[in-house]
Design a protein around this ligand. Structure first.
Ligand SMILES: Cc1cc2nc3c(=O)[nH]c(=O)nc-3n(C[C@H](O)[C@H](O)[C@H](O)COP(=O)(O)O)c2cc1C
Length: 480
């Protein structure tokens, strides 16, 4: 059953022992971060701060912050099951006979339920703030050198001027005053593309920001969907029920009806302002830069709203588990482009874009190099700075094993590929912002056709009959 909004998820987490309430009065400035950082590093629960100074709204944080809670957020036992389901759908051959067609009906029906559904009212509009002011929200100042307070878990809704299609992305918002914030959509992301369309046409851009919804909807804002494919379709698929959308009070934009809080407003195409610095998920501060400015003209909310937040910083933090969900959910889709790809690990310490460990079913010479280039050509995977490719028998989820293979199987001059290209905005090591070099390491077994004419040694393994013998006799050795 999908969640009936964020508060239903809160209750579920609490019943499962996955959420703790903090009743002590706490400051939204740095204090909450320090508490949550400790909890994240100890693999602790979600926290509901019920008494944040200077705000009447409780603050929910770390709700996605473990493998278990991420799976609970998407209503499954394990995220892998979503990947398997997608794989099954992708592999379903087109039916020929009448019986096969009948078998397909449940699957087709499941898809038919995906589209978001327009509704005329929703709890997110129970209250319309008389004078819209962000000061009512318990917005965090996360780290000491942050440029101010930041809204950290927003679902930002925009529309393409050219196609009218909707996008929902998660872009942090630097609060300048009670009615204005920065709009930190990276140049490569869809919100920024919609902004460029408006800028070219000299038109003001309507933007709605929803805070707190069914967690599958919030997750979908972070998912790397292809341009102009509505994230609400993915959310509908994940919840197995359409997302109900209600039209905003002052702009032509729809938001999830179950949201806790909605900010309605606009971005002026001619206005920019310094955004940041911000303690980011790389574990470093992202540098201040100029970004568009969001003007809040209306705030609606539930009668008793919960403000959702996250903190990012040195990994592992809450967002790492959202990244891991994306790795699992999108793996089958990546395989449609790179069929030889067996498994992929974007390790938590790699903060999504720094590392990808990839195993392949190698069938021809130089295939590892081909796979590197394919990854660098694939949506947001293009940002991957360090790719390590290993053979299909290697467990890429075991970082020690991957590094052991690299040490043994790589001849640096032959097996390292360095390319230039776009980089994640958050990369601070490249000489230029957003552009620099990336490295691919081919740690697969080398073939004679790849210039390796020497013999390649076998890996050490024990004979099966001896393993079996020792298993059988284990107790006799008196070692337990
Ligand atoms: C907690 C969190 C914060 C994020 N902050 C930003 C941000 O400030 N700017 C940005 O462009 N992307 C940010 N992202 C990544 C985007 O949400 C993600 O890449 C998404 O796929 C972008 O959607 P789009 O391609 O529809 O624009 C963040 C992701 C998470 C999980």
């Amino acid at each position: 059953m999908p969640y009936d909004g964020l508060r239903d998820f809160v209750s579920t987490l609490e019943r499962a022992g996955e959420l703790k309430r903090v009743r002590a009065a706490v400051s939204a400035e740095l204090e909450i971060t320090q508490v949550v950082d400790r909890i994240c590093k100890a693999n602790g629960p979600a926290l509901l701060f019920e008494n944040v100074r200077d705000s009447s709204m409780p603050l929910l944080i770390n709700a996605f912050g473990s493998y278990r809670r991420m799976a609970m957020a998407l209503g499954v036992e394990s995220i892998d099951s979503i990947g398997r389901e997608i794989e099954e759908i992708l592999q379903t051959p087109m039916p020929t006979g009448i019986v096969d067609k009948l078998k397909m009906i449940p699957k087709i029906a499941r898809f038919a339920k995906f589209p978001p559904k327009a509704v005329s009212s929703g709890p997110c509009q129970e209250v319309v703030m008389e004078k819209p002011s962000l000061s009512a929200l318990p917005i965090l100042k996360c780290w000491p050198q942050d440029g101010g307070k930041f809204i950290t878990l927003p679902m930002v809704f925009t529309k393409s001027l050219e196609t009218g299609r909707r996008n929902c992305g998660m872009y942090r918002m630097h609060v300048y005053d009670d009615q204005t914030t920065g709009m930190h959509w990276h140049i490569h992301h869809d919100g920024a593309r919609h902004f460029r369309e408006h800028k070219n046409a000299g038109k003001r851009m309507e933007v709605a920001v929803a805070l707190g919804s069914d967690p599958a909807v919030t997750y979908s804002a972070t998912a790397p969907m292809p341009a102009d494919v509505d994230e609400m379709l993915l959310a509908g698929f994940l919840r197995n029920k359409p997302v109900e959308m209600v039209t905003c009070k002052t702009i032509n934009m729809e938001v999830p009806a179950d949201a806790e809080i909605v900010l309605e407003g606009y971005v002026d195409p001619h206005e920019e302002r310094i955004e940041g610095p911000f303690g980011d998920h790389t574990g470093y501060y992202s540098l201040a830069d100029t970004y568009p400015v969001f003007h809040v003209q209306c705030i609606t909310h539930r009668k008793d709203p919960i403000y959702p937040a996250t903190i990012v910083g040195k990994p592992p933090m809450e967002d790492c588990y959202m990244g891991k969900a994306t790795e699992r959910i999108f793996l089958p889709l990546i395989r449609t482009q790179i069929p030889e790809l067996v498994d992929m690990n974007l390790p938590l310490f790699g903060v999504f874009h720094n590392y990808a460990f990839v195993s392949i079913d190698k069938r021809y010479p130089y295939q590892a190099k081909k796979v590197m280039h394919a990854i660098w050509g694939l949506g947001q995977m293009m940002f991957t700075k360090i790719i390590i490719i290993v053979d299909k028998n290697v467990n890429v989820q075991d970082v020690d094993e991957v590094l052991w293979r690299v040490g043994n199987n790589v001849d640096p001059r032959r097996d390292i590929t360095i390319v230039d290209g776009p980089l994640d905005v958050l990369d601070h090591a490249s000489p230029l912002p957003r552009a620099g070099s990336k490295i691919g390491i081919d740690a697969t077994k080398k073939w004679p056709e790849e210039g390796h004419t020497r013999e390649w040694p076998d890996e050490i393994t024990m004979a099966d009959d001896i393993i079996e013998l020792v298993n059988r006799r284990w107790r006799e050795y008196g070692l337990e």
